[in-house]
Design a protein around this ligand. Structure first.
Ligand code: SF4
Ligand code: SF4
Length: 342
């Protein structure tokens, strides 16, 4: 007869699959295996302007400091891979941001799992990305993925294209064995990074990373990285696109992760002229909406500086003489870049 623990686990796995998750792993609540390297990473300032990461390291590195009595960390993965090449031919957007914002979608999908844990007497705290948990560390410990050399999570079947959801629970559930690292001697992600942000295997300097520079960074994009950003206007997938494990990735069944036609077809010039209202309406349900119009148009200016032509100059001149200092500075830079090419 199966133990109570194993029958709870069986039911949770069934509910997770039914809710559309592609992988689910369990790990005992413990100090995060990479606590020490994480603290050294913070000390070196590699988290750049993401100050929240440094705020409560004792919580972030031990789930028992977030949820008293926490016994198990459950990690859920949802495939967002859309298949095929990047959907925008110019003005690339990172795949995770093609479609609908994943936070709410993941939370809703996690609900039946949390409800079952509650029925079994547990107290839960669910997180998607924003919680104070080193989720990639626990994902590796739970066996669903290994932390790869680009510091992402890699699953043999899903590649790197998946979102993570984390549930802390006071219930004790049988843990899974940790994942085996299968990066081997490969260094493709490190070699492909346009800004050399992966400073060594498993070490990412966010201050150099295009994802950080175009998303989290609220201010000016340092001049030394603008050319390397190329036509990327939101995030960067370079280290993921080159990973050989991603050859095995299959497209997600979730249509809400696809890029809407309006976003797909819009030129860089049209994106640069979006009003506040138009920006809100276009990206209302997208992760892109979170960075607000001025940071987004700042990114579009950099892309125009790198791939734009003379025809883009009038739009850029308008922006360069506008009242938003951040946009104006990046537009002036873009004008100078285009003129130097022509
Ligand atoms: S996301 Fe882009 S910039 Fe950041 S580490 Fe990967 S390749 Fe480098
Ligand atoms: S590109 Fe190579 S080293 Fe980088 S994550 Fe993929 S397998 Fe690992």
């Amino acid at each position: 007869m199966p133990s109570l623990e194993s029958s709870i686990k069986e039911e949770l796995l069934r509910l997770a699959a039914e809710a559309g998750f592609d992988a689910c792993g369990f790990v005992s609540a413990q100090t995060a295996p990479h606590r020490e390297p994480f603290l050294r990473w913070l000390e070196a300032g590699s988290h750049a302007g993401m100050d929240w990461l440094a705020r409560t390291p004792e919580r972030r590195t031990d789930p028992r400091n977030i949820l008293p009595g926490c016994q198990t960390v459950i990690i859920l993965a949802k495939n967002y891979f859309q298949g095929g090449p990047n959907r925008r031919s110019s003005g690339r957007i990172a795949r995770y941001a093609y479609g609908q914002d994943y936070h709410e979608l993941m939370f809703t999908a996690m609900q039946p799992v949390c409800e079952h844990l509650s029925r079994c007497g547990g107290i839960q705290k669910p997180y998607v990305d924003t919680g104070p948990v080193l989720e990639r560390d626990f994902a590796a410990a739970s066996g669903i993925a290994w932390q790869d050399k680009s510091t992402m999570c890699l699953n043999q079947k899903l590649g790197t294209w998946f979102f993570l959801g984390t549930i802390l629970t006071t219930l004790s559930i049988e843990p899974d064995p940790p994942a085996r690292n299968r990066c081997g001697s490969c260094t493709r992600c490190i070699d492909a990074c346009p800004t050399q942000a992966i400073t060594a295997p498993y070490q990412l300097d966010s201050r150099r990373c295009i994802s950080y520079l175009t998303i989290e960074n609220k201010g000016s994009i340092p001049l030394e990285f603008r050319t390397a950003i190329g036509d990327r206007i939101y995030g960067c997938d370079e280290c993921l696109e080159v990973c050989p494990w991603n050859r095995f990735a299959e497209a997600s069944r979730e249509s809400r992760f696809l890029m809407p036609a309006a976003v797909q077809s819009m030129s860089l010039r049209s994106l640069a002229t979006l009003s506040q209202e138009e920006f809100r309406s276009l990206f209302r349900h997208s992760p892109i909406g979170r960075i607000k119009r001025n940071r987004f148009v700042r990114n579009v200016c950099v892309a125009l500086g790198n791939v734009g032509t003379e025809e883009d100059l009038p739009v850029l001149r308008d922006l360069a003489s506008g009242s938003d200092a951040l946009i104006a500075e990046h537009a002036a830079w873009a004008i100078a870049e285009i003129q130097s090419r022509d």
